[in-house]
Ligand binder design. Structure first.
Ligand SMILES: [Zn+2]
Length: 125
């Protein structure tokens, strides 16, 4: 049961995804395909964008990081800004849907700590 009060601020990102999934899914799927095609696949199976940081996508009046967009559209998930999409491969430029999963901010911080503590992406070694 969720006993918290429900007066949270409107989450624009969540609403954007809700609208896309309800009304623009085909168009959004085509955009996802375009993002995935515009990558290089490395030896770990990561589909890496040719950008210095995580690629961004603008679409229908909103924007988000491309890997979040790919995950949310593929999984029909209206992610709020409290939900993070985690990279199981630790490569933030990777948009391979198979390497992504949804989690909490706490889990994402833990991922980052492990990555820094190890110095290398041991999952990929
Ligand atoms: Zn990857």
């Amino acid at each position: 049961m969720n006993n918290r009060p429900t007066f949270r601020a409107t989450d624009r990102l969540e609403e954007w995804y809700e609208g896309l999934i309800a009304d623009r899914l085909e168009e959004a799927e085509a955009r996802v395909s375009g993002i995935l095609e515009d990558t290089e696949t490395d030896e770990n199976g990561c589909m890496v964008t040719a950008t210095r940081g995580p690629r961004k996508v603008r679409f229908r009046g909103g924007q988000d990081r491309a890997y979040r967009f790919v995950y949310c559209i593929r999984h029909r998930l209206s992610a709020s800004s409290d939900q993070v999409i985690r990279h199981r491969c630790h490569n933030r430029r990777c948009v391979n849907p198979e390497h992504l999963e949804v989690g909490t901010r706490a889990e994402n911080l833990q991922d980052e700590r492990e990555r820094q503590a190890n110095g290398v992406d041991w999952l990929l070694v």
